[in-house]
Design a binder for this molecule. Structure first.
Ligand SMILES: [Zn+2]
Length: 469
């Protein structure tokens, strides 16, 4: 693999779409040009949207702890010159910063660390303050992942030449531990549990990437599914070798340090592979134990995530779902196109309390990640609403917004949201009553990806199904 001039936590197109969607959910309530502020810590300097101070203070505090965890692991002195992190309020601002540095390589990542100055650039995901007590999510996981890259860029001149699996795997292993307050947390944090499911899915469908290939190939792959699997495997392999339950973690740590101190310009991927095989010569046996280990983790993972996972086979057989319950969204993201007529039914539940707004989204006409519609259902301080929005790849347009009497929304009770769509119109029904009807005159969507998302933990999508006619 050539020099990448950066490292990032890759997010698939679907996750990207959802992240955008989540970030834009608040646009229903307010939209203003973002202002930025700076938080200065001992080892971190965070530039952030001024309205998100509370969240970023937590990030700074936890990030400082994470960095001391990372530096101790890597047997390095504490970071002296603070690592700078830029959290952008919008994807557009992120893309601008990314384009100027890496020319689009990390455009869809939402997050990357620039090799030359070890600065982190990422999109702010509005999470923590919106879902108190529901635990860390994508924002925290990405943040801890990126500062793991940043700190290694600082320490190791050859870091950009590391094998991808090691660079990404260790960053994600560090991130999991930082997010878990020093402990593993894949069993309870969906972001990481998802990696386990990705790999086990790959095993079950014959797409598992053999370790022999993982050790030498980059993570880049034209097929986003393969890329996703490779990320999951990279994390899993590092986590497995670093877990005392599977042997002596000192061996893995020593391996990481040995690679880190290999000189620049050496064929690092090849040398790292040879060094790896010197300690773990039997890759087939390692693979077997790794998969066994992941199955054990999956058994302990949160049951509600398993429930959502069961939604993968829907009546027309076309759907597979991916889930970020609590902190983000649930998405049906692969499979056969639906249409030309389709119906998506979702049962959503509003959690009680909460005043800052929450919504469930039914997404449709998801075309290559740019340009889709969504029907949003939820509430803010004043009222409940059902809205139809269109995202054209750059910005959102509200096509219809219907207010729902707040008295009609019962927190904690399931609400049936049914969306009928065809090429020319959309009809949304809430609890059997038609609340929104809109013609889709631009005919710009075709059959494609469809999804259901739940926003921020106060609205849960309990079940969803899609049917073609
Ligand atoms: Zn990364």
């Amino acid at each position: 693999m050539g020099r990448s001039r950066g490292r990032g936590r890759w997010i698939s197109g679907t996750r990207y779409g959802i992240a955008l969607l989540v970030a834009c959910g608040c646009a229903l309530v307010a939209s203003a040009a973002p202002e930025y502020a700076v938080l200065q810590g001992k080892s971190l300097e965070i530039h952030f949207p001024a309205s998100e101070r509370a969240v970023c203070e937590t990030l700074l505090r936890d990030g400082e702890k994470a960095l001391s965890l990372y530096t101790r692991y890597l047997k390095q002195q504490p970071v002296r010159e603070p690592i700078r992190v830029f959290l952008y309020a919008t994807a557009a601002e992120y893309e601008k910063a990314e384009a100027a540095r890496t020319g689009g390589i990390f455009k869809t990542n939402l997050a990357f660390t620039y090799a030359r100055d070890a600065e982190v650039h990422m999109v702010f995901q509005p999470r923590l303050d919106r879902a108190p007590g529901t635990g860390p999510g994508m924002l925290e996981a990405l943040f801890m992942h990126e500062i793991a890259h940043a700190v290694q860029y600082r320490f190791f001149p050859s870091y950009d030449e590391f094998p991808d699996w090691l660079s990404e795997g260790v960053a994600e292993m560090f991130s999991e531990r930082a997010v878990g307050g020093g402990k593993h947390c894949a069993e309870r944090v969906p972001w990481f549990a998802d990696l386990v499911y990705d790999v086990l899915d790959a095993v079950d469908t014959g797409r598992f990437v053999p370790l022999e290939k993982l050790l030498t190939e980059g993570l880049v792959d034209p097929d986003p599914g393969v890329r996703q699997i490779k990320y999951g495997e990279s994390w899993a392999l590092c986590r497995f070798l670093d877990d005392p339950a599977n042997g002596d973690p000192k061996q893995f740590r020593q391996f990481v340090l040995d690679v880190a101190h290999m000189p620049r310009g050496a064929p690092l991927v090849k040398q790292a592979r040879e060094r790896f095989l010197a300690t773990w010569p039997d890759l087939v046996d390692l693979e077997r134990r790794l998969i066994f280990y992941l199955r054990k983790i999956a058994k302990k993972a949160l049951p509600w995530q398993i429930v959502l996972r069961e939604m993968r086979t829907l009546p027309d057989g076309g759907f597979v779902c991916e889930s970020f319950p609590r902190n983000s969204a649930l998405v049906l993201h692969r499979g056969e196109p639906l249409g030309p007529l389709a119906r998506i039914e979702a049962e959503v539940v509003l959690d009680p309390a909460g005043s800052s707004g929450a919504q469930a989204d039914v997404i449709f006409a998801y075309r290559r990640g740019d340009g889709f519609y969504k029907v949003a259902y939820g509430f803010n301080e004043q009222t409940g609403f059902v809205s139809l929005l269109r995202f054209d790849g750059r910005s959102w347009k509200t096509l219809a917004n219907v207010r729902i009497d707040k008295g009609a929304i019962e927190p904690g009770r399931p609400h049936a949201l049914l969306v009928d769509v065809d090429i020319s119109r959309v009809v949304a029904r809430l609890n059997g009553r038609t609340v929104l009807r809109h013609s889709l005159t631009d005919r710009s969507y075709g059959a494609g990806r469809w999804g259901v998302g739940c926003y921020d933990g106060r609205v849960r999508v309990r079940s969803a199904k899609g049917t073609s006619f």
